[in-house]
Write a protein that binds this ligand. Structure first.
Ligand SMILES: *[C@@H]1O[C@H](CO)[C@@H](O)[C@H](O)[C@H]1NC(C)=O
Ligand SMILES: *[C@@H]1O[C@H](CO)[C@@H](O)[C@H](O)[C@H]1NC(C)=O
Length: 389
């Protein structure tokens, strides 16, 4: 009863505020209705002419951010991995390293196949192959003249083959023509290219229980990790590799949560080349994942368009070279997106630019042996060169 009174009183107050007039107790419903209507008009107008356009504009600019911000509410985190501790020192015997992991040691190492789909990452491919060279039996590389998003591209590897003569004896190379289907989901072209890579692996002579590294060119397992896995018995049949995530260069260390790279004990007829989660076990601290680590600004533009998530280029000014250079030196996001996290704590902790790292310790050794040539990948050198030729 008293609640009812309170409520109607409150309505009067709101009405008073809007209309700026005293409602008398005796005042009939009509005047109150008028008042409410008038208030409604003012608010509706305000709404229509100021708030709605403003809201639409804000959603246009930041809609994706809004949905991402609420990701912890609409998406639950993937099932956690079982992470195997990783032991390593320079000088230990294989016997003792394998036994630290609870594995036996083999009489001879397994053969190792490293298979990648190549786009245009020439520098990272060199760093990768130099890192893995001592332990890889056969490098398998496939390239297409179509990006995943169906844009034509040259066969970059084929026309730069001489730069990679150091792997010539151990290389199985293949190329395929793109399908160029307009408007198709980029993941379809990607899947098509991975199937072709499976065929190329069989041509390269992969056999049962050989180790197969499935990873993108920019996901580089450390040499000692591959050496460990080829020498130890009883390693899991499918093992994800936990890599350190870097952005633009080894100057921006993001986190250590990259997990897509995996290593397989090849099982003929069963093992399929893939780049998604294929098991629940992961070996800790097994290498580096350097995203958007390019020498030239043009390569950033190309990758932004060629990438499976090219829908993230929502505004053409994202591709402006001046902006891209600025983003690299600040360590901010090329697509102006929020961190992809599953808890508010982690997302908020990661908002804003990636802090600079001054460490070039424990990086792929070829990088430091050629520090001048790969300067742009090392701390303190965020300014990219102009492309020449
Ligand atoms: C590394 O191993 C060699 C022989 O295998 C040994 O002579 C040397 O002392 C070791 N170095 C360290 C730092 O343990
Ligand atoms: C792509 O490559 C295939 C086979 O190598 C060729 O037939 C096709 O013309 C090429 N397409 C483009 C757009 O370069």
């Amino acid at each position: 009863m008293s609640d009812g009174y309170y409520n109607s009183k409150k309505t009067d107050d709101i009405c008073d505020d809007v209309c700026g007039q005293q409602g008398s107790k005796a005042g009939a419903t009509i005047s109150r209705l008028k008042c409410v209507l008038r208030g409604f008009d003012v608010r509706t107008l305000l709404c229509l002419f100021i708030l709605v356009p403003f809201a639409i504009f804000a959603i246009y600019l930041h809609g994706q951010k809004l949905t991402y911000f609420f990701r912890p509410l609409w998406e639950s985190p993937p099932k956690p991995f079982h992470t195997i501790p990783h032991y390593h020192t320079e000088n230990a015997t294989m016997q003792s390293l394998c036994s630290l992991h609870g594995w036996g040691v083999r009489d001879s190492p397994r053969r190792v196949y490293d298979a990648v789909l190549f786009s245009n990452e020439k520098d990272l491919l060199t760093v990768r192959w130099k890192e893995l060279y001592p332990y890889v039996t056969q490098f398998v590389l496939l390239e297409s003249n179509s990006t995943f998003t169906g844009l034509p591209k040259p066969f970059v590897f084929k026309s730069n083959k001489e730069q990679f003569s150091f792997v010539e004896e151990r290389l199985t190379y293949g190329n395929i023509g793109g399908r160029f289907r307009k408007g198709e989901n980029p993941f379809v072209e990607e899947a098509f290219q991975r199937v072709a890579l499976d065929k190329l692996l069989r041509i390269a002579g992969i056999e049962e229980d050989d180790l197969l590294i499935m990873s993108d060119v920019d996901e580089i397992p450390s040499a000692h990790t591959i050496n460990l896995l080829r020498w130890c018995d009883d390693i899991p049949p499918v093992l994800h590799l936990q890599l350190k995530n870097y952005l633009y260069s080894f100057e921006y260390y993001v986190d250590s949560k990259s997990w897509r790279a995996s290593i397989h004990r090849y099982n003929p007829g069963k093992t399929r080349y893939a780049h998604f989660r294929q098991s629940d076990v992961m070996l800790s601290d097994s290498g580096w994942h350097c995203s958007f680590c390019f020498r030239y600004i043009n390569d950033f533009v190309f990758k932004m368009k060629a990438y499976s998530h090219s829908d993230r280029v929502r505004f053409s000014h994202y591709l402006n070279p001046v902006r891209i250079q600025d983003v690299i030196c600040k360590g901010t996001d090329l697509f102006d997106m929020l961190p992809e996290e599953y808890t508010f704590k982690e997302m908020i902790g990661k908002m804003g630019p990636v802090p600079r790292s001054y460490s070039a310790v424990h990086l792929p050794s070829y990088l430091l042996e050629n520090a001048e040539k790969y300067k742009y990948l090392l701390p303190g050198n965020c300014v990219r060169e102009r492309q020449t030729g």
